[in-house]
Design a protein around this ligand. Sequence first.
Ligand code: F0G
Length: 433
Amino acid sequence: MTIQLQCARCAAVYATHQVRYVCDCGGLLDVSHDLEALRPELNRHLFDGRLEGAPTPDVAPTINSGVWRYRELILPVMADAIVSRPEGNTPLYHHPRISGWVGLDALYLKHEGENPTGSFKDRGMTVGVTQARLLGAQAVACASTGNTSAALAAYAALAGIPAIVFIPAGKIATGKLAQALAYGARTLQVAGDFDAAMQLVRRVCDELNVYLLNSLNPFRLEGQKSIVFEIVQGFRWRPPDWIVLPAGNLGNTAAFGKALYELKHLGLIESVPRVAAVQAAGANPFYQSFQGGFRERVTLQAETVATAIRIGAPVSYERAIRTMGWTDGLVTQVSDAEIMDAKAMVDGVGIGCEPASAAAVAGTRKLVAEGTIHPDQTVVAVLTGSLLKDPTATFAYHTGEWPDAAYANRPFSVEAELGAVQSMIEEIIESSQ
Ligand code: F0G
């Protein structure tokens, strides 16, 4: 056996050439790798060698991509089957002004917004669409708060497979909607929120023979594990103390835990970083469940400026709880005002991210302030999406529509003559000295 699908709840197994997203018992499925068989084959040297290797056309997708470089731990397939842009290889930023604001020396920002379609979803989608092609899918679909639909639309276009995306009408950021349309996906604006669109697409895929590419699909999560693989390899296999990420549908939270579990079991890392999942206070079902010791699965009607994580009934709930156990993880929440101020900080140093991503920075700051993260610890916060995804939120923050904006950079209106701007320019130069 190389890989099989295994139920995260009851451990039942299924073959990977079957189209199946959940177990007969209702549990979610994992792609399960034979870690014992892989152990003698995989080592740090192998992966480091691939980073240095000069790509040739026949192996290019498996070497150039920050996902397929780890293919044995993701989806072992032939190079010519792979649908890749390529994705990954995202930067790990360090900026003293942001670190200082958060209260740490060693804060790093893994910028997943610098993927081909501007979010981490490309890492899952390269694997999901590759698997769709291997299965001979006639069409692919997802429900989305925007980034998944943008990534699906792009990768399906690349593979020549028709894509249908279900989005909550009026509730996704302009940049993401524009991408889905531009990449040619059939775009269905559902009268309802993300959770309603999610329920609908599950039924559509079950009954109409369309392949589902939400993070419910276990192959998507395999690709998203590569964020952690890249972080750890970037730290020369000595992981940071913490990895902090925004949490909505909980696919990434689930993927991060699985990646760390596998790395530890393969002996590729010695210590396991703690994973902190950050939710928006108005979309915090996982936070509430965590507070209650996971005795009860909370669902709610979600509302937040961070539309990417405006989710009240997260799908990967059980798999994400497992991450908390494997990594001694925790869940925190931040307000919309905290999210937008953190975003303004990240934007203001020239890096930039979308609101949901800034929740990771706001959450880190909060965990430092309350003493959970110590100032001498090393932290990686994952920026999940690009600044350009949501111009409306950014514009609103800087133009006064956002009442609590602490770092607003308001535009000025001036006459088109030198005298009108002279004093302003002098003031700018003076204040920067
Ligand atoms: N950050 C961004 C920018 C996202 O787009 C998402 C999810 C998340 C964080 C949360 O990740 O769902 O794995 O917990 N966006 C999905 C979408 C739901 O449809 O694009 P998660």
